[in-house]
Design a protein around this ligand. Structure first.
Ligand code: PGA
Length: 262
């Protein structure tokens, strides 16, 4: 299977940016364009506070809503956390799991990433499992070892069937929010390595169907380079997705790159 057979996924990650009064105008600007659908899936990850409103605003549209994190337990005494069951029940579609900022600032471990991935799948949410490359670890382990370890633990106990709803995001830590993206060639090498690892962990079919996203300082200038790589099937975008005009441009680029390779 070629990259062209995997539908590109463009995902904005608002993090904790965006004031309450900016949410609706942003969505209203983006929805009509996304509804024209020319071949890319589009989603926005936002802080929990906005998700219910966003699901309502986007009802009946092709724009999907994502959470930036979720707990691994459906109900219980976990003050301050968000239940994956509740997210699914209010109509959220995707959840980011193990984003670099969660790992670095909130001590998210590979084991917790695994628990959260399983809990998301059990509730019908589609997890985007984030793998990062931490340069500080390079001295001890090479980057392939780090990525492979994260991938293996994150997917432990997840079946080949369940993998149909999982996407992987590859994000070099030094590229996130730094304005210094990886080169498209570097990113493709890592994506290719991740896909080959999926062949080893599962089989060729799972590897062929799984979307692998690149994230880290994606802009309207460099997005086409990433999206035209064989093993890169989407982009996870922070800063460059904060303005609707720029997010729309990224969606256009994904649609053009997708249809050009079909
Ligand atoms: P950035 O963020 O595009 O601002 O680098 C990417 C991310 O955090 O996923």
């Amino acid at each position: 299977m070629t990259g062209a057979m995997r539908r590109p996924l463009v995902m904005a990650n608002w993090k904790i940016n965006m004031d309450p009064d900016q949410v609706q105008p942003y969505l209203q600007q983006v929805i009509p364009e996304v509804n024209k659908d020319t071949g890319a899936d589009v989603a926005i990850a936002a802080q929990d506070l906005y998700l219910t409103q966003m699901v309502k605003e986007t009802a009946g549209s092709r724009l999907a809503i994502a959470a930036e994190n979720a707990h691994w337990t459906d109900d219980g005494a976990y003050t301050g956390e968000t239940s994956p069951k509740a997210l699914a029940l209010v109509g959220v579609s995707y959840v980011l799991v193990g984003h670099f900022e969660r790992r670095k600032l909130f001590n998210e471990t590979d084991e917790r990433v695994n628990l959260k991935t399983k809990a998301a799948l059990k509730n019908g949410l589609k997890p985007i499992v984030d793998l990062d490359e931490d340069l500080s670890a390079y001295a001890k382990e090479d980057k392939k070892t780090i990525v492979l370890k994260q991938l293996k633990i994150a997917l432990e106990g997840i079946t080949a069937e369940e993998m149909a709803n999982v996407a992987i995001a590859y994000e070099p830590t030094w590229a996130i929010g730094s304005g210094e993206a990886a080169s498209a060639e570097q990113a493709e090498k890592s994506a290719e390595f991740i896909r080959q690892s999926l062949v080893n962990l599962y089989d060729q079919k799972v590897a062929d169907q799984t979307r692998i996203l690149y994230g880290g300082s994606v802009t309207t200038e460099n997005a086409a380079d990433f999206l035209s790589q064989e093993d890169i099937d989407g982009i996870l975008v922070g800063k460059a997705a904060l303005k609707p005009e720029s997010f729309l441009k990224l969606i256009d680029i994904a649609q053009e790159t997708g249809s050009a390779s079909n």
